[in-house]
Design a protein around this ligand. Sequence first.
Ligand code: NDP
Ligand code: 8X3
Length: 251
Amino acid sequence: MKGKTAFITGATSGIGKATATHFAANGINLILCGRRQDRLDALQAALSKHVQVHTLNFDVRDKKEVQQAIAGLPEDFQQIDILINNAGNAHGLDPIQDGSTDDWDAMLDINVKGLLYVSDAIIPKMIRANSGHIINIGSTAGKEVYPKGNVYCASKHAVDAINQGMRLDLNGYNIRVGAVNPGMVETEFSEVRFKGDADKAGKVYQGFKPLQAKDVADIIHFVVTRPYHVNIADLVVMSVDQASSTVVNKA
Ligand code: NDP
Ligand code: 8X3
């Protein structure tokens, strides 16, 4: 994998940031994406000591921005060997009858349409190269539905379907496609879900040992470092304390 280039969306925090750090330590060049420029700059400064790093600032919801950012990549970063479709989040945790349509728009636009816009811009490069690896970050929320999870779960079920669809349609192009579906991971995810309420977010991870972003990054690195003919199609990972979205062994 040394000298290959990975394109990571949502690299400014959580799973994406941990994956960028883990990849850099293993010699994988990086294209890091997000909207928070200060964080992109800090990551570039830290990780470019180890590998080549290019940053792109765009909102995955903005189709034009996505297309222009990827079309304008410098020559050295034109070939993308690994795409980590990670940018995403939950907005709200409400029964469907109380849900906000703005929250629903955000989740479907970011987690589903954003993932598609980025993939649309990168898949042709992989087809031309007759090589590539796409990892879609799904969730246990894409495998089951939990109370009040309604639209977030729908968005991750869509990622599950898109992952399967990509693998079917790209069969024959020598491109690996697979999903990594984590259970609860302690990141900024719940802070975003609860709109900055750190107390409420912190309680989600209290009383048990949740996955950490670096645990998921380690698994993503394992997935990309298998022999090229080995494609891990769909991987679910949870804390030992978690059995399903709703069954969590809390002290
Ligand atoms: P974080 O909130 O820590 O990170 C989310 C990342 O997505 C940030 O880097 C953020 O960057 C980026 N992002 C969010 N919205 C946009 C947007 N509109 N355009 C571009 N980038 C965006 O959460 P996680 O690391 O936990 O989440 C990463 C992925 O993992 C998500 O797809 C999430 O659904 C999934 N997941 C998370 C789990 C968890 O329990 N934490 C469990 C299962 C799956 P910026 O704000 O700078 O744009
Ligand atoms: C994030 C995990 O359980 O909050 O996808 O849906 S959960």
